[in-house]
Design a protein around this ligand. Structure first.
Ligand code: ATP
Length: 503
């Protein structure tokens, strides 16, 4: 499991999908950049979602609200309350949160100790010092690292069930105590602000404190009436949006699974009070269908219905995905009642009611929300697609079996050799195809190696131009997953590929 996860991370870098943010400065913790292929894959996932949610539903429209919002928004949403995270809304979650913080603190302390050892050794050995070698061989450092690894691997498992008793046991079992004082103080509560603060206005005394939004949902709630009126929407209707959200996460260690800057794809569906249960069930079903439509395998998904509900919800479930580190939340579906709209009414003094012409009455609608992390969806697809295969002839290949509709590049055009007019034909084919989808050109190395390169990069089709092409105007299409090769007329290539890659 661990190995598979490491492979995913290194493959994502090697094939231009994901880089660490500001890597030349040793990176920024839990912040990542999407590279040339990653940006395309991410865009395709976003488009696939948008098409299914907005384009295919007459009663759902999309908006793009600002990241910066009036600060009262976050009072209304509950984000600036004492504990700062509305998700920490019941006692057990608060306790779990404290446990997270404690364990994270402990790991940080160990990391600092490692850093100290490294600095000491650096001083001692001077120019001859090799950091990599030192951390992998020095007994003390290796010991510290093992400790952190044990804690983290167990952490994921045990913090999952939100049970403090378990976490406590775990901590005792691992003998986690403050490494400086040896104390095991469980009662100390730290105040953390999960929101990133910033300022609006240049001069210090007139500046206004703002936050980067920790969720996109509020941009939809505050615009509910604007959209309803200008779009002449009738309940039930939905508002969708995709965009960045920021959270100062405490435990942020699982690559793009939990980042400090990430992207959400959310849809708030406004319904008549009393009908929310039906809509909640309907959206559970719709969203699962959407996931299954990508063909990644039903066994990789499951629902996790919440028993303990947040104060604003009357039903909630997660769609969990089997990530390399186990089943984890990918998407949340929540029946949020009228909590958000009522809170905004209270804080803004404005009415956020809908006049129902049929029932001849006004009411504050109830909301059923679907909320999925784009980065988590990316990780789900990417990690599941990466496989090592042993072929019939005993050789190995690494293939990234991305669903063709999502693949960053749909086809690579390969002239068999770099001469005899084959590159010219290949370029001509490429120029014809690039209006419809992303194509790439590759003429370096033997064709077998080029196939492998495209397999690993996730390109679903290779189009090979050979000497026969000069005679018969036909090319070979090679399919990434089956490695089958098919001889087709040049003019048919476009149609064959479009059939597979069109959303
Ligand atoms: P978790 O319990 O994993 O922290 P959450 O319950 O806080 O998630 P929500 O607030 O419901 O998540 O946000 C909706 C979706 O946004 C999640 O299902 C997840 O896919 C995504 N998401 C939330 N936090 C992060 C993060 N730090 N990095 C990447 N994606 C995230």
């Amino acid at each position: 499991q661990d190995d598979q996860f490491k492979k995913v991370v290194s493959h994502a870098k090697e094939y231009g999908y994901i880089f660490q943010s500001s890597e030349i400065y040793d990176g920024l913790s839990a912040v990542y950049d999407y590279a040339q292929n990653g940006a395309e894959l991410k865009k395709n996932i976003r488009d696939y979602w948008w098409k299914a949610m907005v384009q295919m539903n007459e009663n759902i429209v999309g908006i793009d609200a600002a990241i910066l919002m009036h600060p009262t928004t976050w009072k209304a949403s509950g984000h600036v309350d004492a504990f700062n995270d509305p998700l920490i809304d019941n006692k057990d979650s608060k306790k779990r949160y404290r446990a997270d913080v404690l364990v994270e603190d402990y790991c940080l302390k160990i990391e600092n100790k490692i850093e100290k050892e490294v600095k000491k050794a650096e001083k001692r050995f001077g120019d001859a010092f090799n950091k990599e070698e030192f951390v992998s061989t020095n007994g003390r450092v290796v010991g510290y690292q093992e400790k952190i690894n044990t804690i983290l691997s167990r952490l994921g498992k045990s913090l999952e069930n939100e049970d403090l008793a378990d976490v406590k046991l775990l901590i005792e079992e691992l003998e986690i105590a403050d490494p400086m004082t040896g104390s095991r103080n469980w009662t100390e509560v730290k105040q953390f602000n999960l929101m990133f603060g910033t300022k609006l206005g240049a001069s210090a005394d007139s500046a206004m404190d703002l936050y980067l939004r920790p969720e996109t949902a509020q941009g939809i709630f505050v615009n509910f009436l604007n959209v309803q009126k200008t779009g002449r929407m009738k309940i039930p209707f939905g508002i969708a949006q995709t965009g960045k959200a920021f959270r100062n996460e405490i435990v942020a260690r699982q690559f793009i699974f939990r980042q400090r800057e990430f992207e959400q794809m959310e849809m708030q569906f406004f319904v008549k009070p009393g009908t929310q249960k039906e809509w909640y069930e309907q959206w559970k079903e719709n969203r699962m269908k959407w996931h299954l439509s990508l063909g990644i395998g039903a066994e990789n998904y499951r629902f996790h219905d919440h028993e303990k509900l947040a104060h604003y919800a009357d039903a909630a479930t997660d769609i969990e995905f089997k990530f390399p580190f186990g089943f984890k939340e990918l998407e949340g579906i929540h029946s949020r009642t009228d909590f958000d709209l009522k809170a905004h009414e209270k804080h803004s003094g404005k009415k956020l009611q809908y006049f129902d012409h049929e029932a001849k009455e006004s009411y504050v609608p109830y909301v059923v929300e679907t909320s999925i992390g784009l980065d988590r969806m990316f990780l789900a697809i990417f990690s599941n697609s990466l496989v090592d295969e042993t072929l019939e002839d005993g050789s190995e290949r690494t293939v990234l079996r991305l669903p063709a509709v999502l693949a960053p590049t749909k086809a690579a055009v390969l002239p068999l050799v770099k001469k005899d007019g084959l590159p010219e034909i290949a370029h001509k084919i490429m120029d014809d195809l690039k209006f419809d989808f992303n194509v790439t050109y590759d003429e370096k190395d033997a064709v077998g190696r080029r196939y492998r390169r495209q397999d690993a990069a996730g390109t679903p089709f290779c189009i090979t131009v050979d000497h026969d092409t000069l005679e018969d105007n036909m090319v070979t299409i090679r399919h990434r997953d089956t490695m089958e090769q098919q001889r087709v007329k040049i003019e048919d290539v476009r149609g064959i590929i479009l059939k597979e890659v069109d959303m």
